[in-house]
Write a protein that binds this ligand. Structure first.
Ligand code: MLT
Length: 263
């Protein structure tokens, strides 16, 4: 069992970095279209256990991913970071905020929620785990339509093809680990409520997101005392579907974090 985690650096180094945490079942490459729009921002992208270049993990739970990430950042001398996660990445950002609140210089929650799974959602995850363990292939591919907004599906065939390519490369070990881990994550509303108000925050919801509701976003925004940023023309994978729009929001969050008093 390895606890190493792959972190990729982009742009000129500056502290604190913007740490981007990817969605399920993609990897850190999902941020590639956005990086070019983040001029002047020191960006770190991370691969979850079993995805991209991170080895699989035996220990189940987003908490061990969060722990590995905090340790990997500390090993690079990073004690403050602006964390931004999309969907599963948001769940992990909240787990980091719970474990290491002093690390959080800013928090971006994109297309995600703070609540735990419902029982039916948990059952769907475990059905996927069982199918993967029985050797079924290409299960991630079937998720493409749900991940993308209707506008993207209708007008951006190159984005649809790119996402399908990434989904086709997701390894079963990573898929199984992530589904088990997400199924057992707790509600983390209290983590948001405890975050000091001086910490800049962004809650972004895709107007065509079929997986996260505007109520999910509103609940987080209320706890963080910020408005919901509604990203137009995009679905669940907002940062892939309209990288310029999402990068502008993240760059603004980053600049606010640079100016904010350290808590
Ligand atoms: C994701 O995009 O990361 C997933 O939709 C999260 C989930 O399955 O809850």
């Amino acid at each position: 069992m390895s606890s190493s985690i792959a972190i990729h650096t982009h742009g000129v180094w500056q502290a604190p970095p913007l740490v981007l945490l990817h969605a399920f079942p993609l990897d850190s490459r999902m941020w590639a279209p956005m990086i070019g729009h983040l001029d002047g921002v020191a960006v770190l992208t991370v691969d979850a256990p079993g995805f991209g270049s991170s080895p699989p993990r035996e220990e189940v739970g987003l908490e061990c991913y969060a722990r590995d990430l905090v340790a990997a950042l500390a090993a690079r001398g990073i004690e403050r970071a602006v964390l931004a996660g999309l969907s599963m990445g948001g769940y992990v950002a909240l787990a980091v905020a719970q474990q290491a609140p002093s690390l959080v210089a800013g928090l971006g929650l994109l297309n995600t929620k703070a609540s735990a799974d419902t029982e039916p959602a948990r059952a769907r995850r475990m059905a996927m785990v069982a199918a993967l363990e029985a050797g079924e292939q290409d299960l991630a591919l079937g998720m493409a339509d749900g991940l993308l907004g209707s506008l993207t599906r209708r007008t951006r065939p190159e984005v649809v093809a790119q996402v399908r390519h990434w989904l086709g490369q997701a390894a079963p070990a990573g898929l199984i680990w992530a589904q088990r881990s997400m199924a057992q994550r707790p509600d983390r509303a209290a983590v948001l409520a405890a975050l000091p108000s001086v910490i800049p925050a962004l809650v972004l919801h895709g107007a065509q997101d079929a997986l996260m509701t505007s109520q999910d976003a509103e609940a987080m925004a209320q706890l963080l005392r910020v408005p919901v940023t509604e990203a137009v023309g995009v679905g669940h994978l907002s940062a892939v579907e309209d990288p310029a729009q999402v990068a502008a929001e993240l760059a603004q969050l980053y600049r606010r974090a640079l100016r904010a008093p350290t808590g």
